[in-house]
Write a protein that binds this ligand. Structure first.
Ligand SMILES: [Zn+2]
Length: 358
């Protein structure tokens, strides 16, 4: 079992290098787009090689463009030419034979005076935790360079071997607003994660700041504030997902079960689920973070049908509605209601396909 991830690294090209990368990225996608439209016209894959392409790109990069164009064409053909993708975002790609890296630079051929020249570009490869560099010791795939809100980013795909856990221990995790996450293992070990009340407080503060700035029509400041809020939420999700996976490791869990998220367009649910729908994008992200971190540890993530997970009594399977934060059943069972969700998620029917709908 292995897992392919993308490691993102900030690049610090010189002005000259940046302008070369800009030209090359434009050239790269226009090469792909014209190859694709040729193939679509002829209704067959191209036989062209790098020599046949006039683009001002290193031949290795041209070969990568041909490869990318062929896979775009394949998709178009599969759709019976109903959708013919046109790439818009400038990007340039090198295969793993054509770049190298050390602690401070990534080197790859770029076009200098119309000649492909291997050039080191400064890169922030070593972060505080040394995490990027550790990941880059594994098997490297393609290097993609692109610009994101004005900043140059290198994306390197890395294949990491993971050994799948062989046990059968299952843990259910329920995501919520008041309590961001609750986990229960099949040995009834329980943990609550995150601080819903604090999140609510922070978000309310952001909201009131935004309102003030709105009255003053400070659009730029509002945008910055929104970015800050997004970063805060994302950090929380990273933290919580890390804690959940660590808890799973501590208890030798081999399968984590999460609720399959309801379609956002779906309505007519109980109020709790409606409240959840509004927030399903954030549950989606947290689920993705959990899945990603768990897989790196060889822990499988399965998604279960969310029907009645919050109502069914884990002891006698009677359905009850929770009052406030407490769940009570005639059989005598009584627990925090989010705990009931996690307990039921452990043994709820797993949804086919095993992944979250995007
Ligand atoms: Zn009961």
């Amino acid at each position: 079992m292995s897992q392919t991830i993308t490691v993102k690294i900030k690049l610090l090209p010189t002005k000259e290098q940046a302008s070369i990368l800009k030209d090359m990225s434009k050239e790269y996608i226009s090469t792909i787009n014209s190859l694709v439209s040729e193939m679509v016209d002829e209704k067959k894959s191209t036989k062209k090689s790098s020599k046949d392409l006039p683009a001002s790109l290193p031949s290795a990069v041209k070969n990568q463009a041909i490869k990318d164009a062929k896979s775009v064409f394949k998709k178009a053909r599969k759709s019976k030419y109903k959708t013919i993708p046109v790439l818009k975002k400038p990007v340039c790609v090198w295969n793993n034979q054509n770049y190298s890296l050390n602690f401070t630079h990534i080197s790859m051929p770029i076009m200098i005076d119309r000649k492909a020249t291997k050039t080191p570009i400064r890169a922030l490869l070593v972060d505080k935790a040394n995490r990027n560099f550790d990941l880059l010791k594994h098997k490297l795939g393609t290097l993609r360079i692109t610009q994101k809100s004005g900043k140059w980013i290198a994306q390197i795909s890395v294949t990491i071997p993971t050994s799948e856990k062989t046990g059968t221990k299952v843990m259910g995790v329920d995501l919520g607003l008041k309590v961001p996450a609750v986990a229960v293992t099949d040995e009834e070990k329980t943990r609550f994660f995150g601080n819903g009340r604090q999140n609510k407080y922070v978000r309310r503060k952001f909201k009131s700041k935004r309102k003030k700035l709105g009255k003053l029509k400070k659009l730029n400041a509002i945008r910055k504030l929104n970015d800050k809020e997004q970063r805060y939420m994302k950090d929380q999700d990273h933290k919580i997902s890390r804690e959940i996976v660590n808890f799973a490791i501590d208890h030798n869990i081999s399968v984590i079960r999460l609720e399959q998220l309801a379609n956002i367009r779906q309505t007519a649910r109980t109020s709790r689920k409606n409240e959840r729908n509004l927030h399903s994008w954030s549950f989606y992200r947290l689920s993705q973070f959990i899945e990603y971190k768990a897989n790196l540890e060889g822990i499988k993530v399965e998604y279960v049908n969310p029907a009645y997970t919050s109502q069914t009594c884990p002891k006698c399977h009677e359905k009850n509605k929770a009052q406030d934060r407490k769940y009570k059943c005639k059989c005598g069972f009584e627990k925090h209601r989010d705990l009931v969700g996690a307990m039921n998620i452990r043994y709820a029917p797993v949804v086919d396909g095993n992944s979250q709908p995007a």
